[in-house]
Write a protein that binds this ligand. Structure first.
Ligand code: ISJ
Length: 272
């Protein structure tokens, strides 16, 4: 068979794909109407992630899993668009890396809005463009915490941690910043869910001692910035996967461990 004959077959298949995509979009619209009615947010990352995992499990190939993921992330993005779309806020001072991270994670049918998270300019509804999701890189988060710990909480007034963008594959090949956290306006409480909790700890503590404490508490150090000149300014991001998000134990043990010289903030928890 010559190239043209193969191309004709491709076109026939594409017409089928298009037909089914439109059927899918109609269903997404219906779901969107229900969400509006019940006040649910458009984005449901747990559903998307779980669904992707299931699709990979039944993928017969030769389509590679990473290509399957790229295609379906775009399909999800288009469905969300049918439901009103997702507005993603990317901080102006590291817009490009946040834009790239969100583009891969949330697809191109999202709206990417540059926002200012500079010192003193809180995310105020009347001043800043309204966004549903805020994407922030771990290094930026740690830098802001270093400057002023309490501004972290005022920085994200109406958001809660929605999850962590897993870009390890991409990042291992590209030189963009390591981790991204996305904050969502509303999180959907899930019963019997396993939660991932993310903490920031800091103070006059060295990496080896944080690591020792983390191991003892079942926490994983996911990112840190140490400052050999000012070891009291070291900050670490840690995470723990748990059935129930209770942070009192962590706080208690950390304060005891550092004899009052360390501090801990729970950034948030999200069903995992
Ligand atoms: C269609 C839905 O809305 C969004 C799009 C999804 C999809 O296209 O499969 C899945 C979850 C949501 O982020 C849904 O909630 O089911």
């Amino acid at each position: 068979m010559g190239i043209e004959a193969f191309r004709n077959q491709l076109e026939k298949i594409d017409r089928q794909i298009l037909k089914f995509l439109n059927l899918r979009m109609k269903l997404a619209q219906e779901i969107g109407e229900k969400k509006k009615l019940y006040g649910y947010p458009v984005l449901d990352t747990q559903r998307e992630d779980r669904y992707l995992k299931n699709l990979k499990a039944i993928n017969p190939g030769p389509l590679q899993d990473k290509n399957l993921e790229g295609i379906f992330r775009e399909i999800f993005s288009s469905s969300r668009c049918q439901q009103g779309g997702l507005r993603i806020g990317c901080p102006q001072n590291h817009f490009l890396s946040c834009f790239l991270a969100s583009l891969i994670r949330f697809g191109s049918s999202s709206t990417f809005i540059p926002i200012s998270l500079d010192e003193g300019s809180q995310l105020q509804e009347d001043k800043e463009p309204e966004v549903d999701t805020l994407v922030v890189s771990a290094p930026y988060l740690l830098k802001r915490i270093k400057v002023n710990r309490s501004t972290l909480l005022s920085l994200l007034p109406s958001f809660s941690l929605g999850g962590e963008i897993d870009l390890s594959q991409f990042i291992s090949h590209q030189e963009i910043e390591k981790h991204f956290f996305f904050f969502q306006k509303k999180s959907i409480p899930k019963e019997n869910a396993v939660y991932k909790m993310v903490f920031v700890v800091g103070g006059s503590v060295s990496y080896p001692s944080v690591e020792k404490w983390a191991e003892n508490q079942g926490l994983k150090v996911i990112f840190f910035e140490d400052d050999p000149q000012n070891p009291q300014d070291n900050v670490y991001l840690l995470e723990k996967t748990t059935k129930e998000p209770k942070n009192e134990d962590i706080e208690h043990s950390w304060k005891k461990f550092t004899e009052g010289l360390g501090w801990v903030i729970l950034i948030g928890s999200y069903p995992f």
